[in-house]
Design a protein around this ligand. Sequence first.
Ligand code: FAD
Length: 606
Amino acid sequence: MDQYTTHEHDVLVIGAGGAGLRAAIEASAAGCKTAVITKSLLGKAHTVMAEGGIAAAMANVDDRDSWKVHFADTMRGGQYLNNWRMAELHAKEAPARVRELEAWGAVFDRTKDGRILQRNFGGHRYPRLAHVGDRTGLEMIRTLQDHGIHSGMEVFMEMTIIDLLKDGDRVVGAVGYDRERGRFRVWRANAVILATGGIGRAYSITSNSWEYTGDGHALAYRAGADLMDMEFVQFHPTGMVWPPSVKGILVTEGVRGEGGVLRNKDGKRFMFDDIPENYKSSTADNEEEGWRYTQGDKSARRPPELLTRDHVARCINREVKAGRGSPHGGVFLDIAWIKERIPNSVEHIKKKLPSMYHQFHQLAGLDITQEPMEVGPTTHYVMGGVKVEGDTQMSTAPGLFAAGEVAAGLHGANRLGGNSLSDLVVFGKRAGEYAAKFSKENSTGKVNKDQVEAAIRESLAPFERGLAAGGESPYAIQQDLQKTMQADVSIVRLENEMQRALGKIEEYKQRAERATAMGHREYNPGWHTAIDLRNLLMVSEAVTLAAIERKESRGAQFREDYPEKSDACSKFNIVLKQGGDGKMQLIRQPTRALPEELKVVVEENK
Ligand SMILES: Cc1cc2nc3c(=O)[nH]c(=O)nc-3n(C[C@H](O)[C@H](O)[C@H](O)COP(=O)(O)OP(=O)(O)OC[C@H]3O[C@@H](n4cnc5c(N)ncnc54)[C@H](O)[C@@H]3O)c2cc1C
């Protein structure tokens, strides 16, 4: 059997994005020996890509804002399937977490009187997103990384965890390999925190990076933890659609927050045609009012371009399907038009949206200060993930915690923009705190050597299958899976298409058993892809099964065969777990009723 190195820690954090780093800082501060593992280099986790900002009701720009309005916005955005305790903690604690980032060195954009500036974003009633131009994630990760390094955490870069290790029911560590040389390692730990991000690479059009292969979801599932809300995959309305090589790359909602408008090929602002009933009273019904809102007029209501992402994505889809789209299958997003209103619009756009200016200039040869962009929906975020306890972030597997995009609950059926970065720091901190507590209260668990060896054997199997002996390229299987998910389990869903997808996923599982890695273990992306495949397959099956089970349209899930919301479906979350027979089991878990005081908050802020 292959040799492996063993490391010992109190708390092991898998993932070095915003959630993982914030968790590690907290666990280290509690005196725990803490390790952080990342597939990429430190500072390169997905969080670095975040653009628009971090949501926190600091009321710096509009003093009517408060945790109550933020809570009500988050619940309404999530269509009331949210874990309300998480939504409450999030709304109450986000401002303190943002100020903490500032105290640790994050340089946010400022208001004229020197406070942290906040911008408009979809679904948020008031300007609420603290930001650093459109590079907020970069500033956040830089700050957490600097602070974390000084708090003494140990970082393992370019390493992939392939399995969690168990002692009975309890999770007691993890096994993985270094991507550079392909050597195996074991981390023994009293508590493990998953902070591995999302699943976007299950789809062919996505804003997500190569790291998003659903590893944390699959690790938790295989370790016996419950997953929840997997049917809710967010398709961001505005990704690049042209040229083909950059299809899917995100165009931040900040463009619309700064006054950008959506038009179809006839030049019509089609978003005014379809304003959902529950947003009518808070949405502008004419262009003039919408513009005034983006410029900070407190008496104006938000333009319909700033409705929730699920709705805007569907409206764009509808325009394209009706033949009213742009030349390359999207619609037009125009910020250049603001020159009619602002004398120095070119400088203004470059200052407010520097990355967007650069992105379109470099990748599409287009100057956004002069011309409209072409945009269309892109797979962006998964609301579903590891089911956790709201206060502590512990999963249903003892010793295993989860925070950030890999965890479920806060966002319900649909996430509001900006609520992820705040999620990372609010619940990253909590996961670190409670994992440290768990570590102190529990004696060290035993690592099972057989489990380690089985995991290593399984991951080396692709080298033993030759292409000549019927083996297959893992890339071909991954691409076929992505095409299937994109075609059959995407923005608009139908039972028969999803059943077809399930059948194909079964085929791909069999093909994955034959996935082959060529050459040796050093720097071998084909081998990494073969290993990632089983995670992508697992999350794809979970998304599809849960989407079939939810026979209604709500939030990010739109069923053409069940186009309305159903009262019965508003009363449960879908939980998935591995059954005794190894098959995926679905449970309709009743939602917990809102306590009276929070009901009042929701009613008052409708
Ligand atoms: C382009 C873009 C812009 C966005 N803009 C915003 C925004 O403005 N505001 C907002 O709130 N949200 C935004 N989001 C969403 C937000 O950025 C993400 O949801 C968030 O950063 C996820 O953070 P995380 O800490 O959960 O995971 P990540 O930052 O993705 O980190 C995951 C970590 O886990 C590691 N990992 C994964 N699997 C393994 C494994 N098997 N072994 C070891 N390590 C592993 C990865 O290497 C990485 O270090 C944006 C997303 C995108 C794609």
